[in-house]
Design a protein around this ligand. Structure first.
Ligand code: TXA
Ligand code: MG
Length: 322
Protein backbone atom coordinates (compact mmCIF):
# COMPACT_ATOMS: atom_id res chain seq x y z
CA UNK A 1 0.00 0.00 0.00
CA UNK A 2 1.07 3.59 -0.50
CA UNK A 3 2.35 5.97 2.16
CA UNK A 4 4.31 5.07 5.22
CA UNK A 5 1.31 4.36 7.45
CA UNK A 6 -1.20 1.57 6.94
CA UNK A 7 -4.74 2.72 6.35
CA UNK A 8 -6.62 1.73 9.49
CA UNK A 9 -9.90 2.71 7.86
CA UNK A 10 -11.23 4.03 11.14
CA UNK A 11 -12.79 7.27 12.24
CA UNK A 12 -11.06 9.12 15.05
CA UNK A 13 -13.75 8.33 17.60
CA UNK A 14 -13.82 4.59 16.96
CA UNK A 15 -12.66 2.25 19.69
CA UNK A 16 -12.61 -1.42 20.55
CA UNK A 17 -12.08 -4.64 18.62
CA UNK A 18 -12.19 -4.54 14.87
CA UNK A 19 -15.38 -5.58 13.10
CA UNK A 20 -15.75 -8.68 10.93
CA UNK A 21 -15.35 -6.74 7.67
CA UNK A 22 -11.92 -5.37 8.68
CA UNK A 23 -10.82 -8.82 9.83
CA UNK A 24 -11.98 -10.36 6.52
CA UNK A 25 -10.00 -7.70 4.61
CA UNK A 26 -6.91 -8.47 6.67
CA UNK A 27 -7.32 -12.20 5.98
CA UNK A 28 -7.52 -11.42 2.26
CA UNK A 29 -4.34 -9.35 2.50
CA UNK A 30 -2.60 -12.33 4.13
CA UNK A 31 -3.78 -14.65 1.34
CA UNK A 32 -2.32 -12.21 -1.16
CA UNK A 33 1.07 -12.47 0.55
CA UNK A 34 0.78 -9.26 2.59
CA UNK A 35 1.69 -8.62 6.22
CA UNK A 36 -0.81 -7.67 8.92
CA UNK A 37 -0.36 -5.98 12.29
CA UNK A 38 -2.23 -8.31 14.63
CA UNK A 39 -3.12 -7.59 18.26
CA UNK A 40 -2.64 -10.42 20.73
CA UNK A 41 -3.13 -10.52 24.49
CA UNK A 42 0.67 -10.41 24.99
CA UNK A 43 2.07 -7.91 22.45
CA UNK A 44 1.26 -6.87 18.87
CA UNK A 45 2.55 -9.23 16.19
CA UNK A 46 3.47 -8.76 12.52
CA UNK A 47 1.61 -11.64 10.89
CA UNK A 48 2.14 -13.51 7.62
CA UNK A 49 0.91 -16.74 6.04
CA UNK A 50 3.18 -19.36 7.63
CA UNK A 51 3.24 -21.38 4.40
CA UNK A 52 4.35 -18.47 2.19
CA UNK A 53 8.15 -18.17 2.26
CA UNK A 54 8.14 -14.86 0.39
CA UNK A 55 5.76 -13.30 2.90
CA UNK A 56 7.84 -14.73 5.75
CA UNK A 57 10.97 -13.23 4.21
CA UNK A 58 9.26 -9.84 4.22
CA UNK A 59 8.56 -10.26 7.95
CA UNK A 60 12.27 -10.75 8.65
CA UNK A 61 13.07 -7.79 6.42
CA UNK A 62 10.50 -5.51 8.10
CA UNK A 63 11.91 -6.36 11.52
CA UNK A 64 15.50 -5.99 10.39
CA UNK A 65 16.38 -9.26 12.08
CA UNK A 66 20.14 -9.76 11.76
CA UNK A 67 19.78 -13.49 11.19
CA UNK A 68 16.85 -15.80 10.74
CA UNK A 69 15.39 -16.43 14.15
CA UNK A 70 12.50 -18.91 14.00
CA UNK A 71 8.97 -17.56 14.27
CA UNK A 72 5.97 -18.69 16.29
CA UNK A 73 3.15 -20.27 14.28
CA UNK A 74 -0.13 -18.96 15.68
CA UNK A 75 -3.18 -21.19 15.42
CA UNK A 76 -6.88 -20.89 16.24
CA UNK A 77 -6.96 -24.05 18.34
CA UNK A 78 -5.28 -27.30 19.38
CA UNK A 79 -6.72 -29.21 16.43
CA UNK A 80 -4.92 -26.89 13.98
CA UNK A 81 -1.74 -27.05 16.06
CA UNK A 82 -1.74 -30.84 15.81
CA UNK A 83 -1.52 -30.58 12.03
CA UNK A 84 1.80 -28.72 12.21
CA UNK A 85 3.50 -30.15 15.33
CA UNK A 86 3.83 -33.53 17.03
CA UNK A 87 2.17 -33.38 20.44
CA UNK A 88 3.05 -35.82 23.21
CA UNK A 89 1.00 -36.15 26.41
CA UNK A 90 2.88 -33.34 28.14
CA UNK A 91 2.25 -30.96 25.23
CA UNK A 92 -1.46 -31.81 25.17
CA UNK A 93 -1.69 -31.26 28.92
CA UNK A 94 -0.04 -27.82 28.67
CA UNK A 95 -2.14 -26.77 25.67
CA UNK A 96 -5.35 -27.86 27.38
CA UNK A 97 -4.42 -25.98 30.53
CA UNK A 98 -3.13 -22.70 29.01
CA UNK A 99 -4.64 -22.29 25.51
CA UNK A 100 -5.88 -20.04 24.25
CA UNK A 101 -3.28 -17.99 26.07
CA UNK A 102 0.30 -16.75 26.45
CA UNK A 103 2.18 -20.06 26.20
CA UNK A 104 4.29 -21.14 23.20
CA UNK A 105 5.30 -24.79 22.80
CA UNK A 106 8.40 -25.81 20.83
CA UNK A 107 7.71 -29.31 19.46
CA UNK A 108 8.95 -31.63 16.70
CA UNK A 109 7.58 -30.29 13.42
CA UNK A 110 5.00 -32.42 11.61
CA UNK A 111 5.68 -33.34 8.00
CA UNK A 112 3.70 -30.55 6.33
CA UNK A 113 4.27 -27.44 4.23
CA UNK A 114 1.84 -25.41 6.36
CA UNK A 115 4.83 -23.80 8.11
CA UNK A 116 7.64 -23.13 5.63
CA UNK A 117 11.31 -23.88 6.33
CA UNK A 118 12.18 -20.20 6.54
CA UNK A 119 9.61 -19.64 9.31
CA UNK A 120 11.29 -22.45 11.26
CA UNK A 121 14.75 -21.10 10.35
CA UNK A 122 15.49 -24.53 8.94
CA UNK A 123 15.00 -26.33 12.28
CA UNK A 124 13.08 -29.60 12.53
CA UNK A 125 11.10 -28.13 15.41
CA UNK A 126 8.25 -25.63 15.37
CA UNK A 127 6.94 -23.14 17.93
CA UNK A 128 3.12 -23.01 18.24
CA UNK A 129 0.68 -20.94 20.23
CA UNK A 130 -3.08 -20.24 20.25
CA UNK A 131 -3.50 -16.58 21.25
CA UNK A 132 -6.40 -15.51 23.49
CA UNK A 133 -7.13 -12.11 21.92
CA UNK A 134 -10.54 -12.08 20.17
CA UNK A 135 -9.20 -10.13 17.16
CA UNK A 136 -6.26 -12.54 16.72
CA UNK A 137 -8.63 -15.48 17.07
CA UNK A 138 -11.03 -13.95 14.54
CA UNK A 139 -8.20 -13.36 12.07
CA UNK A 140 -6.91 -16.94 12.44
CA UNK A 141 -10.41 -18.33 11.86
CA UNK A 142 -10.99 -16.08 8.87
CA UNK A 143 -7.60 -16.97 7.37
CA UNK A 144 -8.03 -20.67 8.06
CA UNK A 145 -4.41 -21.71 8.66
CA UNK A 146 -1.34 -20.96 10.78
CA UNK A 147 0.09 -17.43 10.82
CA UNK A 148 3.63 -16.65 11.86
CA UNK A 149 3.83 -13.50 13.95
CA UNK A 150 6.94 -12.22 15.69
CA UNK A 151 6.48 -9.25 17.98
CA UNK A 152 5.89 -6.26 15.69
CA UNK A 153 8.94 -4.29 16.90
CA UNK A 154 12.00 -3.73 14.79
CA UNK A 155 14.75 -6.12 15.87
CA UNK A 156 16.23 -5.35 19.27
CA UNK A 157 13.53 -2.82 20.26
CA UNK A 158 10.84 -3.22 22.93
CA UNK A 159 7.78 -5.15 21.81
CA UNK A 160 4.79 -2.90 20.98
CA UNK A 161 1.89 -3.19 23.43
CA UNK A 162 -0.36 -0.52 21.89
CA UNK A 163 -1.71 -0.09 18.36
CA UNK A 164 0.13 3.21 17.95
CA UNK A 165 3.48 1.71 18.96
CA UNK A 166 2.97 -1.22 16.58
CA UNK A 167 2.20 1.12 13.66
CA UNK A 168 5.27 3.21 14.53
CA UNK A 169 7.55 0.14 14.55
CA UNK A 170 6.59 -1.87 11.46
CA UNK A 171 3.34 -0.36 10.18
CA UNK A 172 5.03 0.79 6.97
CA UNK A 173 5.52 -2.86 5.97
CA UNK A 174 1.93 -3.90 6.72
CA UNK A 175 -0.86 -4.18 4.14
CA UNK A 176 -3.43 -4.00 6.93
CA UNK A 177 -3.40 -3.17 10.62
CA UNK A 178 -5.94 -4.30 13.20
CA UNK A 179 -6.50 -2.26 16.35
CA UNK A 180 -7.16 -4.47 19.37
CA UNK A 181 -6.53 -1.81 21.99
CA UNK A 182 -3.73 -2.01 24.56
CA UNK A 183 -2.39 -5.54 25.17
CA UNK A 184 -3.79 -7.00 28.37
CA UNK A 185 -0.64 -8.96 29.35
CA UNK A 186 2.07 -6.71 27.91
CA UNK A 187 4.89 -9.31 27.98
CA UNK A 188 5.58 -11.97 25.37
CA UNK A 189 4.44 -15.55 25.79
CA UNK A 190 6.38 -18.07 27.83
CA UNK A 191 8.33 -20.41 25.50
CA UNK A 192 8.67 -24.04 26.63
CA UNK A 193 10.46 -26.72 24.58
CA UNK A 194 9.19 -30.28 24.87
CA UNK A 195 11.86 -32.09 22.89
CA UNK A 196 13.56 -34.05 25.64
CA UNK A 197 13.14 -32.81 29.19
CA UNK A 198 10.83 -29.77 29.39
CA UNK A 199 12.90 -26.60 29.05
CA UNK A 200 12.06 -22.97 29.72
CA UNK A 201 13.43 -21.11 26.67
CA UNK A 202 11.86 -17.77 27.53
CA UNK A 203 10.17 -16.80 30.79
CA UNK A 204 6.90 -15.05 30.09
CA UNK A 205 3.34 -14.41 31.01
CA UNK A 206 2.66 -17.95 32.24
CA UNK A 207 4.96 -18.41 35.24
CA UNK A 208 7.49 -21.18 35.82
CA UNK A 209 5.44 -22.45 38.78
CA UNK A 210 2.28 -22.68 36.65
CA UNK A 211 4.11 -24.76 34.01
CA UNK A 212 5.84 -26.97 36.57
CA UNK A 213 2.47 -27.74 38.18
CA UNK A 214 1.56 -29.51 34.90
CA UNK A 215 4.83 -31.07 33.62
CA UNK A 216 7.15 -31.13 36.64
CA UNK A 217 10.54 -29.40 36.99
CA UNK A 218 11.75 -27.32 34.05
CA UNK A 219 15.37 -27.47 32.89
CA UNK A 220 17.04 -24.21 31.93
CA UNK A 221 17.49 -23.19 28.31
CA UNK A 222 20.89 -24.27 27.07
CA UNK A 223 23.44 -21.54 26.51
CA UNK A 224 23.81 -22.87 22.96
CA UNK A 225 22.30 -20.16 20.78
CA UNK A 226 21.14 -22.69 18.21
CA UNK A 227 18.80 -24.29 20.72
CA UNK A 228 17.33 -21.02 21.98
CA UNK A 229 18.00 -18.58 19.18
CA UNK A 230 15.85 -15.77 20.57
CA UNK A 231 18.02 -15.24 23.60
CA UNK A 232 20.23 -12.49 22.26
CA UNK A 233 21.92 -10.21 24.76
CA UNK A 234 20.75 -6.75 23.74
CA UNK A 235 17.09 -7.21 23.06
CA UNK A 236 13.95 -5.29 23.96
CA UNK A 237 16.24 -2.28 24.25
CA UNK A 238 15.33 1.40 24.20
CA UNK A 239 17.84 3.93 22.84
CA UNK A 240 18.85 5.22 26.28
CA UNK A 241 21.03 3.06 28.52
CA UNK A 242 19.08 1.25 31.23
CA UNK A 243 20.25 1.17 34.88
CA UNK A 244 18.70 -1.60 36.96
CA UNK A 245 18.02 -2.04 40.69
CA UNK A 246 18.19 1.73 41.16
CA UNK A 247 17.29 3.14 44.58
CA UNK A 248 16.49 6.55 43.09
CA UNK A 249 17.02 8.41 39.80
CA UNK A 250 20.17 10.48 39.27
CA UNK A 251 19.98 13.92 37.63
CA UNK A 252 19.02 13.59 33.96
CA UNK A 253 17.66 10.07 34.33
CA UNK A 254 14.10 8.97 33.62
CA UNK A 255 12.65 6.97 36.50
CA UNK A 256 10.63 3.76 36.27
CA UNK A 257 9.43 3.23 39.82
CA UNK A 258 7.43 0.41 41.41
CA UNK A 259 5.13 0.11 44.40
CA UNK A 260 3.39 2.45 46.86
CA UNK A 261 6.54 4.50 47.49
CA UNK A 262 7.19 4.96 43.76
CA UNK A 263 7.08 8.39 42.16
CA UNK A 264 6.74 10.09 38.81
CA UNK A 265 4.66 9.42 35.69
CA UNK A 266 6.05 5.90 35.18
CA UNK A 267 5.23 3.92 38.28
CA UNK A 268 4.98 0.39 36.84
CA UNK A 269 2.46 -0.51 39.54
CA UNK A 270 1.58 1.80 42.45
CA UNK A 271 -0.09 -1.20 44.10
CA UNK A 272 3.06 -3.33 43.70
CA UNK A 273 1.18 -5.76 41.43
CA UNK A 274 3.42 -7.72 39.03
CA UNK A 275 0.69 -8.30 36.40
CA UNK A 276 0.10 -4.57 36.24
CA UNK A 277 3.85 -3.92 36.02
CA UNK A 278 4.17 -6.42 33.16
CA UNK A 279 1.33 -4.76 31.27
CA UNK A 280 2.98 -1.32 31.64
CA UNK A 281 6.64 -2.28 31.17
CA UNK A 282 7.26 -1.84 27.43
CA UNK A 283 4.94 1.16 27.03
CA UNK A 284 6.69 2.96 29.91
CA UNK A 285 10.17 2.09 28.61
CA UNK A 286 9.14 3.65 25.30
CA UNK A 287 7.55 6.71 26.91
CA UNK A 288 10.62 7.29 29.10
CA UNK A 289 12.93 6.81 26.10
CA UNK A 290 11.04 9.47 24.10
CA UNK A 291 12.17 12.12 26.62
CA UNK A 292 15.79 11.36 25.56
CA UNK A 293 17.07 10.90 29.11
CA UNK A 294 20.72 10.34 30.03
CA UNK A 295 19.60 6.91 31.18
CA UNK A 296 16.47 5.09 32.33
CA UNK A 297 16.76 4.08 35.98
CA UNK A 298 14.52 1.20 37.06
CA UNK A 299 13.55 0.38 40.64
CA UNK A 300 14.07 -3.20 41.88
CA UNK A 301 11.21 -5.50 40.86
CA UNK A 302 10.51 -8.72 42.84
CA UNK A 303 12.00 -11.80 41.11
CA UNK A 304 9.21 -14.29 41.86
CA UNK A 305 6.23 -15.32 39.73
CA UNK A 306 5.71 -12.95 36.80
CA UNK A 307 8.72 -11.02 38.16
CA UNK A 308 11.01 -13.62 36.55
CA UNK A 309 9.87 -12.57 33.05
CA UNK A 310 9.87 -8.84 33.92
CA UNK A 311 13.45 -9.03 35.21
CA UNK A 312 14.49 -11.10 32.17
CA UNK A 313 13.24 -8.35 29.81
CA UNK A 314 14.84 -5.63 31.95
CA UNK A 315 18.23 -7.39 31.94
CA UNK A 316 18.02 -7.62 28.14
CA UNK A 317 16.99 -3.96 27.87
CA UNK A 318 20.10 -3.16 29.91
CA UNK A 319 22.26 -5.30 27.63
CA UNK A 320 22.97 -8.27 29.89
CA UNK A 321 22.37 -11.86 28.87
CA UNK A 322 19.64 -13.37 31.02
O1 TXA B 1 3.78 -13.34 22.86
C1 TXA B 1 4.41 -13.72 21.86
O2 TXA B 1 4.97 -14.82 21.80
C2 TXA B 1 4.46 -12.75 20.66
C3 TXA B 1 3.04 -12.61 20.10
C4 TXA B 1 3.00 -11.76 18.85
O3 TXA B 1 2.49 -13.87 19.88
N1 TXA B 1 5.37 -13.22 19.67
C5 TXA B 1 6.72 -13.21 19.87
O4 TXA B 1 7.45 -13.68 18.78
O5 TXA B 1 7.24 -12.85 20.91
P1 TXA B 1 9.02 -13.45 18.63
O6 TXA B 1 9.36 -13.90 17.26
O7 TXA B 1 9.35 -12.06 18.98
O8 TXA B 1 9.65 -14.47 19.65
C6 TXA B 1 9.59 -15.86 19.38
C7 TXA B 1 10.57 -16.60 20.25
C8 TXA B 1 12.00 -16.26 19.87
O9 TXA B 1 12.75 -16.15 21.06
C9 TXA B 1 12.40 -17.50 19.06
O10 TXA B 1 13.79 -17.73 19.08
C10 TXA B 1 11.63 -18.58 19.76
O11 TXA B 1 10.38 -18.00 20.08
N2 TXA B 1 11.41 -19.73 18.87
C11 TXA B 1 10.58 -19.80 17.80
N3 TXA B 1 10.69 -20.99 17.20
C12 TXA B 1 11.57 -21.71 17.91
C13 TXA B 1 12.12 -23.02 17.77
N4 TXA B 1 11.76 -23.85 16.79
N5 TXA B 1 13.02 -23.43 18.70
C14 TXA B 1 13.41 -22.60 19.71
N6 TXA B 1 12.94 -21.35 19.87
C15 TXA B 1 12.04 -20.91 18.98
MG1 MG C 1 10.25 -10.39 19.78
Amino acid sequence: MGGDRPDTGRGDGERGPEGDARVAEAAAALRAGGLVLMPTETVYGLAADAADARAVARVYEAKGRPSFNPLIAHVADLATARRIARFDDRAVALAERFWPGPLTLVLPAADTDAVCDLARAGLDTVAVRAPAHPVAHGLLEAFGGPLVAPSANRSGRPSPTTFGDAVEETGAAAAAALDGGPCRVGLESTVVALLDTPRLLRPGAVTRAEIEAVVGPLSEAEADAKRSPGRLARHYAPNAPVRLEAAAPRPGEAWLSFGPDGAGPWNLSPAGDLAEAAANLFAYLRAADRTRPAAIAVAPIPKTGLGEAINDRLRRAAGFVG
